[in-house]
Design a protein. Structure first.
Length: 592
């Protein structure tokens, strides 16, 4: 027995000593990075031109969590990084490539506002396009915010207007005996029309035409102002598209013709001797950690992009899914609410909606934040419709771009059953259910008349609740909400006229509104604290360092190492069919 105890003690002692050595090693590594970070700062050159390639499209925001993998550049990355760069004497200009993404008009409007804000600080911007390949106006709206626009010789200028199209599956379903049964509230709620119809309904055609016209009007007005010509002249020129770079230059829509290296070299030459090109992604990563420190009122910034879903996004070390998860988003709002240092909350929303339950969970968190004395302002991205609008209804102020797709106050529910379809290919299906409606959402059997009645009752109740929340949050008569609801989507400009939006503008307009709501002087700066807070290794290291300027610089050194090519190389070593539940979704929306 004594021998056993001695053996156990030796094992415990060895384990303890090993843990101590491990902790000392970690502390030593942290110390090395701290020294490196303090010595090198953020690792950025003293004279630089930021660069970004926006030809592949981009999300509005990405999960603010620790990730070992490279993150895609998002709209909010550009907006926040350009703001920091506009106050950074080392940054002289911005060179961006565009023209192939077919950027949505509202997204382009937000990016254009960020570029103009950057230029207002005495910087310059050069935009380069190998061609404006999309017939939509988004890419050109962004380009028109630059000091100069370059195009490649003989490249196409296709920008001409705003269009939309949709695919309808009802004819196909009829051919193989699939049974779509979709209930919607109300006429304009077109998210499931692709299953129920063979073309645009009169209501959907009306709302889509109005949306596209609003996009066209606001886009041409913005681009014309950027190019210092009249909207009428710009419209006349666009009517000639598709055309070539030489035609666009002759008409005054662009400034110079040359290849991408010519444009980039011109941007670097303008910065002076020794200027270096620095990718905006690298600059954003290197300077983000220090952005939460400094003088100014602390406000929470919580950004969400994608479909609204129940539960958690299950991020892990490689980042979260591109969704707004009810548990995660509401937890972020609650955490910001409990933080005594936070004066107000800014929500950035870009979502076509989704789960009723998750949307209501998030809205409840917003209301509780307001009840705790934290004003909440919503900045809408390219789309904040259906569930995306639902979670915004209680906000003190709602800010949208003129082109933001918003509203869609309505619900849909139902399913498509394929039981008969299987027989056409020699497959049979059978079901067993215990309980009267155990097979209510079955994809094999259609609803019975009694079940359809229950489905309609659900839709009516949730639609009525949605409208009552809009009426209360927006301080509108219920009769007015009933008139402008019906599942209709509006552009931001039109939504403002209906009382669904307070102010037109981008992210920084929302910041100004937040200052008013929180009684923060307009002339003062605010310091954003991002939620949800990162968890895992970096969070532990951040806690170890403490929130000080020195620790920030050390973290910047760590971030610089993690983003080296070697580290990156090592790190790199029919789904939308209705599901049967009631949903707050607005899909099948125009893209440009």
């Amino acid at each position: 027995m004594v021998g056993f105890l001695r053996w156990a003690r030796s094992i415990l002692a060895g384990t303890f000593n090993g843990l101590v050595k491990l902790m000392l090693a970690i502390a030593l590594i942290i110390g090395v990075f701290a020294v490196a970070g303090l010595a090198e700062g953020d690792g950025m050159p003293s004279n630089m031109v930021l660069t970004a390639d926006l030809r592949g499209g981009m999300p509005d925001s990405t999960a603010h969590t620790f990730s070992l993998g490279p993150k895609p550049l998002s709209v909010m990355d550009v907006v926040l990084a350009l703001d920091r760069a506009g106050r950074d004497s080392r940054v002289k200009g911005f060179f961006l490539r565009l023209g192939g993404a077919g950027l949505p008009v509202p997204q382009a409007q937000q990016l254009a506002a960020a570029v103009k804000r950057f230029r207002a600080g005495g910087r310059y911007v050069i935009a380069d396009a190998q061609g404006f390949l999309s017939t939509g106006l988004g890419d050109y709206v962004l380009a028109s915010s630059a000091d100069e626009i370059w195009m490649q010789p003989n490249s196409p200028f296709a920008a001409s207007g705003a269009g939309a199209g949709a695919i309808f599956l009802r004819g196909l379903f009829d051919k193989f005996d699939a049974v779509p049964q979709i209930v919607k509230r109300a006429d304009y709620k077109s998210a499931a029309d692709m299953y129920m119809e063979k073309g645009y309904t009169p209501a959907d055609r009306l709302q889509t035409t109005a949306l596209l016209q609003s996009w066209y009007d606001t886009a041409t007005a913005g681009a014309a102002a950027g190019r210092k010509i009249t909207p009428a002249k710009l419209t006349a020129i666009l009517q000639q598209s598709p055309q070539f770079a030489s035609d666009a230059k002759k008409a005054g829509l662009i400034d110079k013709i040359g290849y991408d290296d010519d444009a980039k070299n011109a941007a670097l030459a303008r910065a002076g001797s020794g200027a270096e090109a620095v990718p905006l992604r690298r600059y954003a990563d290197a300077t983000e950690n220090g952005s939460e420190f400094g003088a100014g009122a602390r406000v929470a910034l919580i950004a969400g992009s994608g479909e609204i879903v129940d539960g958690s996004a299950d991020g892990g070390v490689f980042g979260g899914k591109m969704v707004i998860a009810g548990d995660d988003f509401s937890a972020a709002i609650r955490e910001a609410t409990q933080d005594k240092g936070i004066k107000a909350i800014l929500l950035r929303i870009d979502s076509p909606g989704g789960s009723v339950l998750a949307s209501d969970q998030i809205l409840d968190a917003v209301k509780k934040a307001q009840a705790a004395g934290k004003p909440v302002v919503v900045s809408m991205g390219a789309v904040a419709a259906s569930g995306g609008y639902y979670i915004s209804t209680s906000a003190n102020r709602i800010v949208a771009e003129p082109g933001t797709i918003t509203g869609s106050i309505g619900v849909l529910t139902g399913k498509v059953s394929f039981g008969k379809s299987l027989g056409l290919i020699g497959v049979s299906a059978d079901e067993i259910g215990v309980g009267k409606n155990a097979l209510f959402d079955s994809a094999i059997s259609p609803y019975t008349p009694e079940q359809m009645a229950a489905l309609n009752k659900q839709a009516d109740a949730i639609y009525a609740d949605f409208m009552s929340k809009v009426a209360a949050g927006r301080k509108l008569p219920l009769a007015k909400v009933e008139e402008i609801a019906k599942g209709r989507v509006w552009s931001g400009a039109d939504a403002k006229g209906q009382g669904l939006v307070d102010t037109l503008g981008g992210f920084w307009t929302a910041v100004d509104e937040l200052k008013d709501a929180a009684k923060i002087p307009q002339a003062s700066r605010v310091v954003f604290k991002r939620y949800p807070r990162p968890h895992g290794l970096f969070a532990a290291i951040a806690d170890f360092f403490g929130e000080s300027e020195a620790s920030v610089r050390a973290m910047q050194g760590w971030t610089t190492l993690a983003n080296t090519p070697a580290a990156r190389a090592l790190i790199g070593a029919l789904a939308s069919t209705p599901r049967g539940g009631v949903e707050l979704r607005a899909t099948n929306l125009p893209l440009d």
